[in-house]
Design a protein. Sequence first.
Lengths: 482, 321
Amino acid sequence: MNTLTQDYTSGEFFDELIATGGQPRVAARALFEHLDALDAADLEERRQAVNAAIMTMGITFTVYSEAGNIDRAWPFDIIPRVMSKKEWMRIEAGLKQRLTALNLFINDLYNEQRVVKDGVFPIEVLAGSKNFRAQCQGMTPRFGVWAHVCGTDLVRDGDGTVYVLEDNLRVPSGVSYMLENRELMKRLFPELFHSSSILPVDDYPARLYDTLAALSPRKGTRPVVVVLTPGIFNSAYFEHSYLAQKMGAVLVEGSDLVVRKDDCVYMKTISGLRRVDVIYRRIDDDFLDPEAFRPDSALGVKGLMRAWRAGNVGIANAPGAGVADDKVVYAFIPKVIKYYLDQDPIIPNVPSYLCMYEDEKDYVLANLDKLVVKPANESGGYGMLIGPRATPEERAQFAELIQANPRNYMAQPTLALSTAPTLIDDHLEPRHLDLRPFILQSDQLYCTTGGLTRVAMKAGSLIVNSSQGGGAKDTWIVDVEE
Amino acid sequence: MLSRVAESLYWMARYMERAENTARFINSTTQVLLDLPRGASFGWDTLLKVAGLDALYHKHYVTANEADIMRFMIMDERNPGSILASIHSARENTRTFREVLPMEIWERINDLYLYTRDNAARATHGRSQSYEVLNGIIERRQSVIGLLVGSMSHDLAYQFLQLGRNLERADMTTRIIDVNSAVNLPEDATSDMARERLWMSTLNALSAYQMYRQHVGVHVEGPLVAKYLLTDPHFPRTVTHCLGEIENTLSVLVDYQIPLQAARTAWRRLEGMNFDDVSPAVLHEHLDQIQADLGNLHDAISRKYFSLHQNAAMQEQSQSQ
């Protein structure tokens, strides 16, 4: 009988664990040896153990559906995604480079707009940006940093090149799952963690706390840090609660906070009002402050913008940081990096066509069957067209949408997304995946070791979002001699 | 501690306690009905008043009969005090502060909810099934308490759970004692024995029979039972004991003076009561008074610790200060 990994064929795509020729990549060798020592019963036992652990640890996410909101168990694949430390170091440097430039860019957009004056970034893109907040103009937050927490999605194409697919600068989520995935794997394969050097990930909550605490306007006292959640009906509520717990921060809702005449933020406690120094907000700009943004928002805090502008509270991410989290703005980031840092981007962008330019739009419309088309400001994989998979009707519908609002659309070639072996029933099959590392910036820069690997559990599917049937894997950065 | 979280914890504990005590209340009623002597009658309307549910019940049902009342108290979600609704509320409250509780609590509460949801209908199908299901609920609820006592740090969150639990427990004890007032006994020679049996079922409903026999005596007499269940300082379901626990809890909180005063007022009035005459009219008046004092205590706690979050007007006021 063949072993588990001998039965695996990686298919036509770049495989994260198997090199051309069918041999495991160096970083994955120890894992494969270990897997091959397991028989079907062992494997099934581990899988059941992990499912039980997911229930016990209460790792859930919420799916919105017509039948109401359902708390679903986290879909977790027990075969990790493995990457060598050497490759990771280069990616990490690229991510830090990118966030540094993004923050310089955002600060410039809200102040002198040199980048526009110097002809690097077109004013019409800025004018069309839904996430540019006029209320933030003239503001320079502490350290000039707007996006303190960034989740950048990386994908690997057929030739092995890693690209940045998008930057999430508003309220990126998923880091709690990255941490929980590792906890699960340690329960599952403790031997492997003993024998090979898998780099740890668990310092994230402490580093996040440091990043937030550095924003405190009051020096000398232990800052009061809160996590602001929209509440239990939000799909990421589990994560909000998890991070608050791990950081020893207070989990608050909008109604728990109040801004007083002194333009300071307070939380309502059993012993009266208590000053809040830093807010890690997990609600969108639109809902943050009914006084400044949507007046009908019941989730936010009246006067929060006033308090922030007065320098009396730190907010992460800063209001308006989402201006650079727009799929059209994205296309300009390689130039932005060059402009501010005078460096070439370490990690390239996926080539992109902007429908705002007539010639590029014509190209997109003529090649809808080959391209992936994305709206500028959606997240979670919604509102996208995957050309090769779409019906002619769907393509025609998208063509109309593009014609009606060209600024709102961009397109990219359909990438041959890399795969990794994934446990399906009792054997391994290749499934497409991406990687979302989390990068922090305030007075210092930090990048998670690896990140959250999301995997499309359906054969052939390219959609990795958990809201649409995606799952996750632990991500191992392994220190090996190559 | 956030006011909102403190209030959620307090209410979660109240809902859980109410669910368990409603189960005990129904068990007591069932015992009474089983032991009802020839010629006696049971006033279902009185029972609803004792439970504090008469107005709400008559909104949805016409006549007060056993089947409808059982359904209403066990599983009708239109009654926020029904066992199922209480446990449901407790579970939903728990979701909002999972980060302050030991991890397994959520699972136990979830288990209690699922058991109740799946078995509540069965509990309305006759007295023997009802007894089994209600005891299943009491057992599971006790396992939640056990976990809290055994694995939760005695921090602020714990104190608010304590406050809610003891306040609700004291109130429900007075109502369970009052169940007997729904019984009309005929005036004949057997009624003394019948009365004794009624009080025995009250003791049983509160799991107090054994302790009563040990600490008071073998004779089950109304005045002694009432005095024991209301004022014994050591039995954990008595009003006096619960008030003592509340005082202890308050003393570790901030700004406890006003709620503490309310607790002392309730306690002093209870100490001054005489339970020699436990005829329904007299006893009922005492119990009403105790319930009113507990209501005042709740208001004092709520105003002191939860109002910042409850009161939107307060927010405006604090802004204009």
